[in-house]
Design a protein around this ligand. Structure first.
Ligand SMILES: C[S@@+](CC[C@H](N)C(=O)[O-])C[C@H]1O[C@@H](n2cnc3c(N)ncnc32)[C@H](O)[C@@H]1O
Length: 213
């Protein structure tokens, strides 16, 4: 499965921004605002994609800080490396390629860990393992900021587009590799206390922007 995922993202790495970034960038930006990375902090991004957030994080933490990223796709790494080099930030970000989980970092290495539109790609049974790994690499009091497609709030009805998405994911997961997840519940179950919680609509589908400690 990891191999299929890697090949899929390698293939689309050069067109990913055209396909996805128009819709997703607002939610991603809100996620970074909520995470509020500070000068001197060390921050990890899981599933950095084409590297937009890594540029912002590197600028936020400055040269006294440390930014690391891990992504399964060497294609995404190459696109991100170019973006960082164009911004003069290539020496400030540690770019890794690898399949998560596990996270190849020591316990209590980071003040913050972040993910956007990535947690909802993992099989449901793997998500708790990913969140546990995030907890392990976070320092005491560290923040986990996640942006993801979310299941509708209790009592709400899914839009036709969201229902189609879920159907496509269950029947053709190689075409639609993500689906909405109950992000707030999953983070609480993994032991995080939610300090900031926002929901926005992306083409009638809810997106959750959550920070937990
Ligand atoms: C939907 S893209 C989102 C990219 C970026 N975070 C954004 O918001 O634009 C998901 C990213 O997660 C990476 N990814 C998927 N499965 C992964 C895994 N098991 N381990 C590490 N990275 C993974 C993909 O290669 C891809 O770059």
């Amino acid at each position: 499965m990891a191999n299929v995922t890697q090949q899929f993202y390698d293939r689309i790495s050069h067109v990913y921004d055209l396909i996805a970034d128009g819709g997703e960038h607002l939610a991603r930006e809100k996620g970074l605002q909520a995470l509020n990375a500070q000068r001197g902090e060390s921050v990890l991004e899981i599933g950095y994609g084409t590297g937009h957030s890594l540029v912002q994080l590197a600028n936020a933490v400055g040269v006294q800080g440390h930014v690391a990223g891990i992504d399964i796709s060497p294609g995404m790494r190459d696109v991100t490396h170019k973006r960082l080099a164009d911004a003069g930030l290539q020496d400030q970000v540690e770019l890794r390629v690898g399949a998560v989980p596990p996270l190849p970092f020591a316990d209590e290495s980071f003040d913050a860990v972040t993910m956007s539109f990535t947690l909802e790609l993992f099989p449901m049974e793997t998500i708790p393992k990913v969140l546990l790994e995030c907890r392990r690499v976070l320092k005491s009091g560290g923040r986990l900021g996640i942006v993801s497609m979310a299941t509708v709030a209790d009592g709400d009805t899914e839009s036709p587009l969201e229902r189609t998405y879920i159907w496509m994911h269950s029947h053709f997961p190689h075409i639609v590799d993500c689906r909405p997840i109950p992000l707030e519940k999953l983070m609480r179950q993994a032991g995080f206390q939610l300090s900031s919680l926002e929901r926005i609509d992306l083409f009638t589908m809810p997106v959750a922007i959550v920070v937990g400690t």
